[in-house]
Design a protein around this ligand. Structure first.
Ligand code: ATP
Ligand code: MG
Length: 418
């Protein structure tokens, strides 16, 4: 991508109305645009990052047998009344009447909808287990939408639902999901504590939250460095400086962001909606369910919160909008035509190798401005070509997360890159 043609431009200053680091950096660098409080558009750079996050999630959920589908955001009041959530979630659920007088709600989550669909297809124990998921937009009238992508009123959720014939089978799958989630977050460059938390509105059993430690987090967790056991403050029996109940290690306390949350639902939804199957012994039984969420947008915001410095974002390779930011210093050039030709060739060569490059071909920007913009956007690798490097048939290579600049011969550099 030629930066001169990029839809967005870097803003001189961070937006004044944002408090959170993720919103400031992402808006300034042109990844996202704020439509209103808690509502963000993803612009080309941001959409690339979000799509990569979604793809990583998709791969790992497919690997444990998830089947992707896509459910509507519109929900009927009748269905949600069966579980009582039309009333209990009324504060955060956008509810309205359409022109024909029907009560409609925008989905805050999809347990009701997916259970109602499963009712049509699950008849016998032979139809179980099944796992379906989507990466879809949720709506919640969040009162505290001040954390950029971390808490939106309209946001993406990966929500996975599982249906089982007994608790044992649910437990088995639940453990698989924990492993898949840990793989996902590792690939996203996030280090995570699997944290026991309240089952919330769903169940008496604890749920498990996937918490990333950071000062800016809204949650507080207690965790053991030794065995990794962790509890959300809301249900904690541990305290800072105390002993871990599992291994007697020392307990620490930290703020954290919940990027994922998984629940054993039991028969809460299948009973209310009437999702029964015929068991092996010929009895009609409600299906046992689990639900498993990740916020891809929140994950993106969290990556920025935990991985940035005073100059900008530091993307992990796996989700960076571009792997390489290629910079040409035309403005200072005395041999502009030759330099331009060389620049163009390197850009084309990298593209031929399917390497994703953001090519800073802008001729009206100084070296200082270009370097500052590159640091803000945060691609993992910066390559500079200038009169100075051209004289040595070389380029300068620098990793975003390191100060070291390497001078590499163009011929050698071409070989390195596949
Ligand atoms: P929180 O306690 O932070 O409000 P939650 O427990 O209500 O979140 P869940 O219903 O468990 O959230 O949703 C599953 C996942 O969806 C969360 O772990 C989070 O990653 C994401 N998510 C939830 N609410 C939001 C939001 N308002 N904006 C962005 N992502 C969200
Ligand atoms: Mg949660």
């Amino acid at each position: 991508m030629r930066q001169s043609q990029l839809f967005t431009k870097i803003l001189k200053e961070s937006p004044k109305d944002e408090i959170s680091a993720n919103a400031k950096l992402l808006e300034r660098a042109g990844f996202i645009f704020k439509t209103m409080s808690g509502v963000y558009d993803y612009l080309p750079l941001g959409w690339r990052v979000l799509s990569k996050i979604n793809q990583i999630i998709r791969e790992e959920i497919n690997a444990i047998g998830g089947q992707e589908l896509h459910l509507s955001a519109f929900q009927s009041k009748d269905l949600w009344e069966k579980t009582g959530r039309w009333q209990t979630l009324a504060d955060i659920m956008y509810q309205f009447k359409d022109q024909s007088g029907h009560d409609v709600g925008l989905a805050t989550t999809h347990e009701e909808a997916v259970t109602d669909i499963a009712k049509r297809f699950i008849r016998s124990y032979k139809d179980l287990p099944v796992f379906v998921y989507q990466i879809q937009t949720k709506f919640r009238d969040e009162p505290r939408a001040r954390s950029g992508l971390i808490r939106g009123k309209e946001f993406l959720m990966k929500d996975l639902y599982s249906f089982h014939q007994d608790e044992k089978d649910l437990d088995l799958f639940y453990k698989k999901v924990v492993k898949a989630y840990l793989k996902i977050f590792k690939r996203l460059g996030l280090s995570i504590f699997v944290t026991e938390a309240s089952g919330g509105i769903f169940s008496k059993e604890p749920s498990h939250e996937f918490q990333a430690l950071t000062l800016s987090g809204e949650d507080t967790i207690f965790y053991c460095q030794k065995c990794q056991y962790a509890q959300n403050r809301e249900i904690a029996t541990m305290k800072e400086g105390g002993q871990c109940p599992k291994c007697s290690g020392k307990v620490f306390q930290s703020r954290a962001i919940e990027v994922g949350n998984i629940f054993k639902l039991g028969t809460r939804f299948s009973e209310a909606i009437g999702l029964n199957f015929i068991s092996k012994d010929g009895q009609a039984r409600p299906a046992i369910m689990g639900s498993y969420g990740i916020g891809p947008g929140r994950a993106m915001g969290t990556i920025v919160e935990v991985s940035s410095d005073e100059r900008g974002i530091i993307w992990p390779e796996s989700v960076a909008p571009y792997g390489i930011h290629l910079i040409f210093l035309f403005r200072e050039s005395v041999k502009k035509t030759r330099l331009k030709k060389l620049a163009e060739k390197i850009y084309q060569d990298l593209q031929k190798k399917n390497i994703e490059v953001l090519y800073d071909d802008r001729e009206d920007k100084s070296a200082g401005e270009k370097f500052a913009d590159a640091d803000l956007i945060g691609a993992p690798l910066r390559i500079v070509v200038s009169d100075k490097t051209m004289a040595k048939d070389s380029v300068e290579i620098k990793k975003r997360n390191s100060k070291k600049i390497e001078v590499v011969k163009i011929s050698r550099f071409n070989q390195i890159k596949k």
